[in-house]
Design a binder for this molecule. Sequence first.
Ligand SMILES: [Zn+2]
Length: 248
Amino acid sequence: MVVAELTEAQLLAVWESGSGQGPQDRALLLARTAVGDTEPVADLTLAGLHALLLGFRERAFGSSLPCATDCPACGEPLEVAVETAELRPPAPAPAPASAPVLGARTEPPTGSFRAAGREVTYRALTLSDLLAVAPGGRDSRRALLQRCVVATTPDAGPLPGHVLEEVARRLPGVDPGAETAVALECPGCGHSWSAELDVPGHLWAEIEGYARRLLYEVHALARAYGWTERDVLAVSPARRRFYLEAAG
Ligand SMILES: [Zn+2]
């Protein structure tokens, strides 16, 4: 799977397409952009999606992700830079044959366990699961977990809630990298905690921020010199800064 470059014109087009969308559709849009729309991406597991988008992010903006949050203990605002490498699973893989391979169309990895007298086989969550289930609330979580259950033996109706919760506990085991927790420590009060970083959401926010800055530059340079948007995008960012300064 090739991770595409992102030109400023493409970035603006992505921002325009995604600005009216919800988080799941944006994740799909970003994944499609990352592969240059050449390969199916909906079957990616969450770890596969994160790996793809982190690689794309590195190509587009570098490997240091600025993150802002508030300390949950004292409320102090905290700004940290997280390296993309920290968000990847610790040991890449002497992987089983069923592991997700970026670029290959593979079935999501599976696992199984016994509970409530039944053998439960489950698979990793994929992007298409997120797209199929409307986000929010207990029902969506349950619906997502049910989609991960491939088979139960004997097949005796729906699984009880505690068995579905066991599926949830085991999902990170079959898809390392699906969870992207960052260890944080507050310099004010010393509190340490773990925060989940939403990889597609973070990348979207960066694209949105870049697009807005770029459009303001287009606006300022169009006013100053009568350039079109195409003219402005044809000028490198360094030269644009010079012209913006020169135009006052
Ligand atoms: Zn604190």
